[in-house]
Write a protein that binds this ligand. Structure first.
Ligand SMILES: CCCSc1c(F)c(F)c(S(=O)(=O)NC)c(F)c1F
Ligand SMILES: [Zn+2]
Length: 252
């Protein structure tokens, strides 16, 4: 059965201090999920994803990480159920990883860090007209977070890993069609949910988080390919993307 746990009294992540302070940020992500503080809500239904593999468009190295982007002009790829009042359209997914396997995930579970975390980013197409608008608004985004842990080779992820070398450089983009990201979901549908924010600028408090309790397994070689990408563009001094989004701090 799908158990879903609503978090309360969660520790607030220290706000990013930089040029961009979020005035009075009260629901900043990421957080440490303290399992003993989570409350089981029997009325929360399972999170339901329906993704059409034909909506997958391309992969893009934006100089901070790589994003797999989807056609969000229709409701063909959506998440619904759980804490959500209506369906949210899939816009993109991306990963957060670290310089080595000892760290990388944004969220932690009882202070345990995972080597990477996958974010499936969806926007509230009932309340807002565009993704760009939804990012800035209450209940604008719904993000499914999935922890990656080291273990067996992930067959389905390999299709993505194999094409990453074609987006080695910043601002490179390559077609990536017919991919259904539900193949990256864990077998167990238990999840935690809380009201939070983007974990990268603009850090807006517009995200309903649904973090899957069970991690998925990937092997060393697959994570190593993530770190082989470059923050730098063609012709620039090679700067390995050993840690996703780490360069974005300096951008803001
Ligand atoms: C200006 C946003 C560009 S799209 C984006 C992103 F690139 C990202 F990294 C995160 S995140 O906070 O890191 N993970 C949920 C988001 F939520 C996003 F919407
Ligand atoms: Zn993310």
């Amino acid at each position: 059965s799908a158990c879903s746990y609503k978090l309360r009294n969660v520790d607030l992540h220290p706000l990013w201090k930089g040029q961009l302070d979020i005035p009075g940020g009260t629901r900043q992500s990421p957080i440490d999920i303290r399992v003993r503080d989570s409350i089981f809500h029997p009325d929360l239904s399972p999170v339901k994803t329906h993704y059409d593999p034909n909506t997958c468009l391309h992969i893009w190295n934006n100089g901070y990480a790589f994003l797999v982007e989807f056609d969000d002009c229709t409701d063909k790829s959506v998440v619904s159920g759980g804490p959500l009042e209506n369906p949210y359209r899939l816009k993109q997914f991306h990963f957060h990883w670290g310089i080595n396997n000892d760290w990388g995930s944004e969220h932690t579970v009882d202070s345990k860090v995972y080597p990477a975390e996958l974010h499936l980013v969806h926007w509230n197409c009932t309340k807002y007209q565009t993704f760009e608008e939804a990012i800035m608004e209450e209940n604008g985004l719904a993000v499914i977070g999935i922890f990656l842990k080291l273990g067996k080779h992930h067959e389905k992820l390999q299709k993505l890993v194999d094409i990453l070398p074609s987006v080695r450089y910043k601002d490179s983009l390559t077609e990536f069609n017919y991919f259904d990201p539900s193949c990256l979901l864990p077998s167990c549908s238990d999840y935690w949910t809380y009201a939070g924010s983007l974990t990268t600028p603009p850090l807006t408090e517009s995200v309903t988080w649904m973090i899957m309790k069970k991690p998925v397994e990937v092997d060393h070689s697959q994570l190593a390919v993530f770190r082989s990408l470059l923050f730098s563009a063609v012709g620039e001094e090679e700067n390995y993307m050993v840690e996703a989004f780490s360069e974005m701090l300096f951008f803001f």
